[in-house]
Design a protein around this ligand. Sequence first.
Ligand code: FES
Length: 311
Amino acid sequence: MAVRRLAEEQPEGFAFDAANMARARREIAKYPPGRQQSAIIGLLWEAQSQNGGWLSEPAIRYVAEMLGMPYIRALEVATFYTMFNLHPVGTVAHIQVCGTTPCMLRGSEALMDICRHRIHHDQDHPSADGRFSWIEVECAGTCVNAPMVQIGSEVFEDLTPETFNRLIDDLDAGRPVKPGPQVARHLSEPEGGPTTLTDPSLYAAAAKPAAAPVAAPAAPVVAPAPASPAAKPAGIAAPRGGRGDDLKVLNGIGPKIEKTLHELGVFHFDQIAAWTPAEVRWVGEHLAFPGRIEREHWVEQAKALAAGKGA
Ligand code: FES
């Protein structure tokens, strides 16, 4: 684990833009009066997102002042958690390679060698073209699928040097990538299929229809709700008034996803706010991140931003 120090070169200053200031106020309002310092992680996270993916010294100082807490306390938080990047990161991907024991025993050192050769010899330094950066981190909690890397909010597991190189190639070329295991297994199921509890007789009793209780009224049969089919949302040819909203202020949307949304004709918060579940599903599949839009609450975020804009 590298010593976590602030970058030598720092920008002049930092201030939240209007959208992030509104978010910061909402975050602070979650805590009772006098406990606003509890919002420190949320505010540092917003500052990092606004700052191109890394946390500058002026940003840490700004957040400390906003929360009325000593600068050293904010600095302690920023330097402790590896989710906060203290140096400029790659514009395409900042790759966090787990180097803790299970991943190390399953080949994480080879992944770090690839980072050293393809990105930069030293972690926390962007590649020459500024598109990639890397860092070694402690256990990310997917040890059963070791070795793994985390990029943004997604994890890529069961990596080999070959699949890791391919992942970097795909990111570099802007091709869609599939998070999760990079081998033929579902989540953390055994590779090659089940190895235990495979005897069908174990399930025979469960398969027999249970005798209906004598006095119990017949239960109504409720058909499972059909999954909504995916449907492409209608886009518009160009942003209204010649200028779209900055979709990157939504948590989970970076420059690459914003570009894809533009290609789909999505330029404004209110368009995302109006997505139906079927449209959310279609966009998630199109971005090769099924389920992520729901997890990151894009529609709810967009509704709040659209409402704020109209206010
Ligand atoms: S040791 Fe790497 S994810 Fe746990």
